[in-house]
Design a protein around this ligand. Structure first.
Ligand SMILES: *Cc1c(COP(=O)(O)O)cnc(C)c1O
Length: 398
């Protein structure tokens, strides 16, 4: 008989009771070091006093009012994003896929309003992940996610990642824009070359098309800057955020320049839950922490420290881990044995990680960790490597 909970996930047989900082405790009281952060989402770790207080206090006042009325918490959060980014205006919603839907709709409407309703197509990249709605599985383009769901939604063209010639060759009079993750997450923790991002910006300007960034996973401080594109010194026209934005509370956003945002007039787009008082209280609390003096410097320092340790791990255990990739605290270990096996061994050792594409083990710890948690993770990864090492055949044996 089917389980009451739909069987659409491959869940590990483990359930957590509570968490504190970078640690989660299962129902039996066993402690795990959380280097997955619920897929790069619990950015402040677990039980963060400031976030917990903000949510509790707001829940006691009012949880939901709808977008029929002003929401002061959303107005404040939007103003803070505008002050801290390229954006002139912000739309709040509830998930990464929903944010990307809004981003693509805004791109199309911007061109339609400018007298080019034929500009509807978006160039996406091999290895991308943009979410699970019908349009976003098409934007993702991975056959694994499309299979069984009928004809892919029209309007998405795919080219190889980090390949400028392929991008230019794919631009047609029907192209509305380009959508790219500055660091591909699900696809295997693959950063876009910074020069590639700069060239995309220049090419969008040259052809009069829009640059859209999916920073659902790599944004909100994950790379050590508030947004990953800051490392390239460029600004997009429109950007999606989700995962870390609410510190684990479901929330997402579309940030846009005025010329894109003004296309979304009343009636053109909306969402019932988006930008509610509770979600925005969480979002404001997360920004309080991430934008505090020195916080992102600390993330960069911790990331550099962890990376050195991971490189040493690869040098020592090349039969299991072959290289380190990623940016900031969104890191990937390329595996020489199946990454699912490595993930299970890490779990058995007491370390939570997330598998990613391209046989990569993803590490996306809470941004609040320090050297002590890194040292502990490195010890647990050592244990993991020993457990996964292929049996050595003696030279000349057999
Ligand atoms: C997780 C993710 C999404 C989808 O977000 P959901 O909240 O699951 O809809 C989209 N883009 C990227 C880059 C992601 O990592």
């Amino acid at each position: 008989m089917i389980s009451a909970l739909m069987p659409n996930y491959n869940r590990a047989d483990i359930a957590f009771d509570h968490g504190q900082g970078a640690y989660l405790f299962d129902l039996a009281g066993r402690r795990y070091l959380d280097f997955g952060a619920g897929i790069a989402t619990s950015s402040l770790g677990h039980g963060h006093a400031h976030l917990v207080r903000a949510i509790s206090e707001q829940a006691a006042k009012v949880i939901h009012v709808s977008n029929l009325y002003r929401v002061p918490q959303a107005e404040r959060l939007a103003a803070r994003f505008v002050a801290a980014s390229f954006a002139d205006s912000v739309f709040f919603c509830n998930s990464g896929a929903e944010a990307n839907e809004g981003l693509v709709k805004a791109m199309r409407k911007t061109h339609a309003d400018a007298g080019h309703p034929e500009r509807t197509r978006v160039i996406c990249f091999e290895g991308a992940f943009h979410g699970r709605t019908l349009a976003m599985i098409s934007a993702t383009g991975n056959p694994k996610y499309l299979e069984g769901f009928g004809k892919p939604v029209e309007g998405f063209d795919h080219v190889p990642f980090n390949n400028m010639n392929a991008v230019r060759a794919a631009i047609t009079p029907e192209t509305a824009g380009i959508l790219i993750e500055p660091v591909q997450g699900e696809g295997g923790v693959r950063p876009a070359d910074l020069q590639f991002l700069r060239d995309l910006r220049a090419t969008c300007d040259e052809f009069g098309i829009l640059l859209g960034l999916d920073e659902v996973q790599c944004g909100m401080g994950r790379t050590g800057r508030l947004f990953a594109h800051e490392w390239a010194g460029i600004a997009p026209d429109v950007m999606s955020l989700a995962k870390g934005i609410g510190g684990g509370f479901p929330m997402a956003a579309v940030l846009a320049t005025e010329s894109v945002a003004k296309a979304l007039v009343p009636g053109s787009h909306g969402t019932t839950f988006g930008g509610g008082p509770l979600a925005c209280a969480a979002g404001n609390a997360v920004l309080d922490v991430i934008l505090a003096d020195g916080f992102l410097d600390q993330v960069q320092a911790t990331a550099a420290y962890l990376r050195v340790g991971l490189q040493a791990l690869c040098a020592k255990h090349g039969d299991v881990f072959t290289d380190v990739r990623g940016s900031g605290l969104l890191l990937g270990l390329k595996c020489a044995v199946p990454n699912g096996q490595v993930q299970n061994a890490a779990l058995a050792a007491g370390l939570l990680t997330v598998a990613a594409g391209d046989n990569v083990l993803r590490l996306a710890p809470p941004l609040i960790i320090g050297p002590a948690e890194c040292d502990e993770a490195l010890v647990l990864l050592e244990t993991t490597a020993r457990a996964c090492a292929p049996a050595k055949t003696e030279a000349g044996a057999k």
